[in-house]
Ligand binder design. Structure first.
Ligand SMILES: [Mn+2]
Length: 354
């Protein structure tokens, strides 16, 4: 648990105390999950405030992590007292999370301080994963890989997108996941041309492509994988598209280098697909960071300013989509390392015909 210590280092000279209200940032700092509460981080201390519902569990978690835990009855009054005891002058807050109303109440309760937005500190620090976070993401992806094998074993003509989606989601829970990292996408036939289509009652038919974009969550951490498989047989035009997307993905994976711009990965994949004449057919970005949230920093897109750093976990997910016909996407989730990458995804990528 080095997250709050790293964050305490990060705020030195910028804020005397940072107050985190967002569930994700609170969890990242303390490894404790609750629907309500706040965390105060100073360069020297980390304090978690919760209400009666959470105090027993929070005390235990706090003792393990070296975090001070207290119970409040009036959250903002307790916070005001704590900040005044700390002797803070500059308070960091989550400007990308708080609503205008929340910020107003917050300032009214606390009084005269200098307020600085520190959302970008959270975004940047959370993008570099600690070993305990990597372990959880490996586990989340293992469950996702197993669910994919299970899906392959039960796909048959006449099954609907929603039925397969439900099977995958149930599998996640049975395999020990918290649940889904996001709403599973299962699409078939012409529906696969919608990159984020919603599973419906369409029945699988021989000759369909079936696209599965799924991920389990384990101990709060997400996984993300997409595979596109064929049922019975596959048309030549789809084979060509599949191999092009696979080549684009491999080249993007090989382009991963700590210290490089994330936009370079996107370009590497985009150039491959453009050589087939497919530019507008790859209409989304190459990928995104993953962690406690399914979409977080760094972003692999044309416009991204992010630089890849060791410890980043990112997706690499090129695709091509032909409206009314079919779409193909292949997505892996990988860890950026000093020397290259570690691919968490174990599922086969070569074309599968079930
Ligand atoms: Mn993704």
């Amino acid at each position: 648990m080095n997250t709050y210590k790293r964050f305490a280092e990060r705020i030195k000279g910028k804020a005397d105390a940072v107050v985190a209200f967002s569930p994700i940032n609170r969890r990242w700092l303390t490894n404790f999950k609750s629907t309500a509460g706040y965390v105060v981080v100073t360069p020297e201390r980390c304090c978690l405030g919760v209400d009666f519902r959470y105090i027993e569990a929070a005390k235990k978690a706090g003792a393990e992590a070296g975090i001070e835990v207290f119970m409040y009855e009036k959250p903002l009054e307790s916070l005001a007292k704590l900040l005044s005891d700390i002797g803070a002058e500059t308070i960091g807050y989550e400007e990308e999370y708080m609503t205008v109303a929340q910020f107003k109440n917050f300032k009214n309760a606390l009084g005269k301080y200098r307020y600085v937005g520190v959302s970008s500190f959270f975004t940047q620090e959370r993008a570099v994963k600690e070993p305990f976070e990597i372990e959880r993401m490996v586990k989340a992806q293992e469950i996702t890989d197993k669910a994919f094998l299970y899906a392959l074993s039960i796909i048959r003509t006449g099954m609907t997108e929603r039925q397969l989606r439900n099977e995958i989601d149930t599998y996640f829970i049975k395999a020990g996941a918290d649940g889904n990292a996001f709403e599973s996408i299962v699409l078939s036939g012409e529906n696969t041309s919608r990159p984020h289509g919603v599973p419906g009652d369409r029945e699988f038919r021989t000759g369909d492509l079936i696209l599965m974009d799924t991920g389990s969550m384990f101990d709060g951490y997400c996984s993300d994988m997409t595979r596109t498989v064929a049922l019975g047989y596959i048309k030549d035009e789809a084979v060509e598209a599949y191999n092009a997307v696979l080549a684009a993905q491999e080249i993007a994976l090989n382009s991963i280098k700590a210290g490089e711009k994330a936009a370079m990965m996107d370009k590497a994949a985009r150039d491959v697909l453009a050589s087939y004449g497919w530019t507008k057919e790859f209409g989304h970005s190459l990928g995104h960071g993953v962690g406690l949230e399914i979409h977080e920093s760094p972003y692999q897109s044309t416009a991204s300013k992010d630089i890849l750093r060791p410890g980043n976990v990112v997706t690499v997910e090129p695709g091509v989509y032909f409206e009314g016909k079919f779409g193909i996407r292949i997505e892996d989730m990988v860890l950026v390392t000093e020397g290259g990458l570690r691919n968490f995804t174990g599922s086969k990528k070569q074309l599968i015909v079930v």
